[in-house]
Design a protein around this ligand. Sequence first.
Ligand code: ADP
Ligand code: MG
Length: 469
Amino acid sequence: MKQSEHIKVWGSCLSIIKDNIPEESFRTWFAPIEAISLNGSTLSIKVPSDFFREYLEEHYIDLVSKALKRVMGNDAKLLYNIAISGDSSIKLPPHEKIDLENRLRDPYRQNNFISPFAIPGLQQIKIDSRLNPNYTFENFVEGECNKLGYTAGMAIAKKPGGTPFNPLFIYGGAGLGKTHLAQAIGIAIKEQAPKNIVLYVSANIFQTQYMDAVNVKNKLTDFLNFYRFIDTLIIDDVHEFADKPGTQNAFFHIFNALHQSEKQLILTSDKAPVDLTGLEQRLLSRFKWGLSVELLPPSFETRVEILRAKSLKDGIELPEEILTFLASNITGNVRELEGTLISLLAHATLSKEMITLDLAKRLIDKIVTANNNEISMDSIRDTTCNYFKISKEELVSKTRKREISQARQIVMYLGRNLTKKSLASIGACIGGRDHATVLHACNTVTDLMETDKNFKKFVDDIESQLKPL
Ligand code: ADP
Ligand code: MG
């Protein structure tokens, strides 16, 4: 009985609409619509595409709204279902959350779209923001290295789109917290303004969506329109847009549309706008409209705080000496710091060992040894030159001066023993010597080390400088 009901209701609406628009428009825009269900006061209709839906909203919404109200009463609601090609059986309950993941893979094919517009009482569009719930401000340790970004982020969270920091452009090396900070702002915005539509997307995913959309009729429009709904758009790693003019162009339009309507943009990148290559000037200049902040490697004190915060979050209170030891030995980025802490905790749990300074030291030793496998020819050459106080030019020159040819032979010997390079490529690093020369040098050094204590000490010293700790 319900089934005929929705067809009847929609049929009555259509006859009102038909009387009010030219026949051709009716045929184009209303004939293809199919009524699919009536649920309380919500009528679901199926439209062929998102573009179609938008056109209806733009041109006929007043008329449709009036017709619906006349037929169904004042609290009539309309729910759009977008057709998926080849599948006409789309039935999602009106409250079903739109699965943005599907939508992101293919914004055109997402199957249920609730209009955010026009008809009073209609549900708002709901999308999954794709934010990692762990990346909150609460879990982000503030330090000198990130102070400006942190403060600006907090200000934006209170007034998205309403601060001068639009776009907020966060840049810095890998593992320094760009993604975390950008998402923390998104999470805070959602907490304070639940209606604000926040979307986090990596530049790579954006690029894939664009590529999927570009060659299909109407799909690009849908792609661009989809992004225009967003209130806070976070795009991670925009340097990935380099040398992709089509994606840059699409992003340029989205950027303009959002910025003009005072929507918030948050971008991250591995370099400052001035240092980015392969990006169009008009984009770079827009990146500089708001605020650019750099995230720096954390200081020793901040490293201790990060370790403390992360271990406490795991329910473990590490003794001060262990925090200090880790913070002074892992000096790179936060991701490494976190990685070491995780292996320490995992190690202790698996081996049922107490977390002691000794365990921490053994672990760090392992990490350093692992890194040592990556000794490069450059570092061997530089360390050896430095040790003998000779220049790189002298080292690779043809001179047969004893101390220089000796240093040269040591570089070849260490290259053979500490790297996985071939004899030929070791020779290439040392002024284009051939493999026979390298082999000869290795044998000479081995012999000398057995007979000449002083010489052996040189080699050992250099080798230990190449392997710190
Ligand atoms: P990036 O995007 O700059 O490469 P991420 O944001 O992915 O770096 O950060 C790497 C890891 O380090 C993440 O797990 C993140 O939670 C953590 N991290 C980075 N900065 C901080 C910080 N200031 N406080 C706490 N954790 C941090
Ligand atoms: Mg990142």
